[in-house]
Design a protein around this ligand. Structure first.
Ligand code: GDP
Length: 432
């Protein structure tokens, strides 16, 4: 078994992209299995920034095969742009390095229009979607009227399927949202050049490719998007994304069995952030939160939206460890906490006068809880140049030890900056 899942242990934006990039130097395959272009992974290699939304982060290593599996929803226009940018930056010289599942759902402009129209109509009660059409595309998948990648290469099938998919949508656009209806022929003209550009990457069966790789002992990394608390079933519903973000989704989205997974790495920031609406128990709405936002550059890679910031929440993290089956942790952005006199950590919640240690399943309870915060001494030293764990300030080590002990999972990697080299190794990934 050589399948390792990398999953966000908080509300997304934990720095999964950097960790996948670092590990993918040693991986044979990197697989994206859920979500769409609402994830924005930011990678910094030799000071050059690359933002990836759909293509797996492993693409920056020419020897690593990258797969976009069936569970992903693909914005075909965005994907073509991403591929072209990668190519013009000297990556993806060999088209065989990227395989896209023929059965992945595709996102078309009408999904985005619907997303925006609904969000506008909701007004005060916004979910905080990124407006990328992801939710409507997943809805279509469940309603069995999705357009899948293979459809865009077969004109007749595409026309038939688009007509069916647009029946209801056009009625909705005209009557409810007072928008123009979508013309199928025009849409097909828009799709044709994109299909041509994606043709070299299509794969009839990515599940079989991954299965074979694992069977042959290849190292396969499954790259999660967003975070545990945004999971459609296990997140802070309804303030969640439209796909399953927990580690089990790697199996479902790829089409492999759970027995193929040997490790689940949970990526966590040294503090907590959240984008958009929804409960956030440890949020700091003061200058401390402001400081984390500016020091940590906490603005969305996709939308540019400012992220809400707060102390580390161990209750939420214990929950993430449970629902994902996290075996190992990576602690990111330790450098951002430099300069604070004291650092808060939430160790429990208070709900209606009672101390609880479990994450409430009801979002409404989560809105009402008060976090129990313990404070630890901070450090003043710059961590960004460190290359060895031993050189961490004593108070930083105590903070890390405290987190590891409280969570009961080993912290294998500590990150002290966005660059590949700013990574303190505790334990290599591909060993037991
Ligand atoms: P992802 O979606 O989980 O990959 O996270 P994002 O890419 O949205 O956010 C992580 C951001 O933090 C990116 O801009 C990274 O370059 C940056 N980053 C990753 N690790 C570190 C770190 O240890 N310290 C700092 N300061 N930035 C980091």
């Amino acid at each position: 078994m050589s399948g390792i899942v990398i999953v966000g242990a908080q509300w997304g934006d934990e720095g999964k992209g950097k960790i996948v990039d670092v590990f993918s130097a040693k991986a044979d395959y990197v697989v994206r299995y859920q979500g769409g272009a609402n994830a924005g992974h930011t990678l910094v290699v030799n000071g050059v920034k690359t933002v990836l939304h759909l293509v797996p982060s492993g693409i920056l290593h020419p020897e690593t095969n990258c797969i976009i599996a069936s569970g992903v929803v693909i914005d075909i226009e965005g994907l073509v742009k991403e591929i072209e940018t990668l190519k013009s930056n000297g990556y993806l010289a060999n088209p065989k390095q990227l395989l896209i599942s023929d059965s992945a759902t595709i996102i078309l402009p009408y999904h985005k229009v619907l997303d925006a129209a609904r969000e506008k109509a909701l007004d005060g009660a916004k979910i905080g979607t990124t407006g990328k059409g992801i939710g409507p595309a997943y809805e279509d998948r469940a309603a069995r009227r999705a357009i899948v990648l293979s459809d865009i290469f077969e004109k007749d099938t595409l026309k038939e399927k688009l007509e069916l998919a647009l029946l209801e949508k056009n009625a909705l656009f005209q009557s409810t949202y007072k928008l123009e209806s979508v013309n199928v022929d025009e849409l097909m003209k828009w799709i044709a050049p994109l299909a041509e550009k994606l043709a070299p990457y299509r794969s009839r069966d990515t599940s079989a490719v991954v299965h074979k790789a694992i069977k042959n002992g290849k190292k396969v990394l499954f790259e999660g998007a967003q975070g545990t608390l945004l999971d459609i079933l296990h997140g802070t519903y309804p303030y969640v994304t439209s796909s399953s973000t927990v580690a089990g989704s790697a199996c479902i989205g790829t089409g492999i069995g759970p027995t193929s997974i040997s490790k689940v790495i949970g990526i966590m920031k040294a503090y907590t952030t959240r984008v958009g609406s929804g409960p956030f128990p440890t949020e700091l709405k003061d200058e401390l939160g402001e400081r984390m936002r500016s020091q940590g550059h906490e603005f969305g890679a996709t939308t540019g939206r400012p992220r809400r910031c707060g102390w580390l929440d161990l209750v939420a993290l214990r929950y993430a460890i449970r629902v994902n089956g996290i075996t190992n942790l990576a602690l990111i952005k330790m450098d951002v906490l430099t300069g604070l006199d004291k650092i808060g950590v939430c160790t429990a919640y208070e709900l209606d006068g009672e101390i609880i240690h479990e994450f409430p399943s009801k979002a409404a309870d989560l809105e009402r809880i008060k976090p129990v915060i313990e404070y630890m001494p901070g450090w003043k030293e710059d961590l960004t140049k460190l290359t060895n764990l031993k050189d961490l300030p004593r108070t930083a080590t105590s903070y890390i030890d405290f987190i590891g002990n409280q969570l009961g999972a080993p912290i294998d990697v500590i990150s002290v900056g966005p660059g590949r080299e700013q990574t303190l190794w505790v334990k290599p990934l591909f060993t037991n």
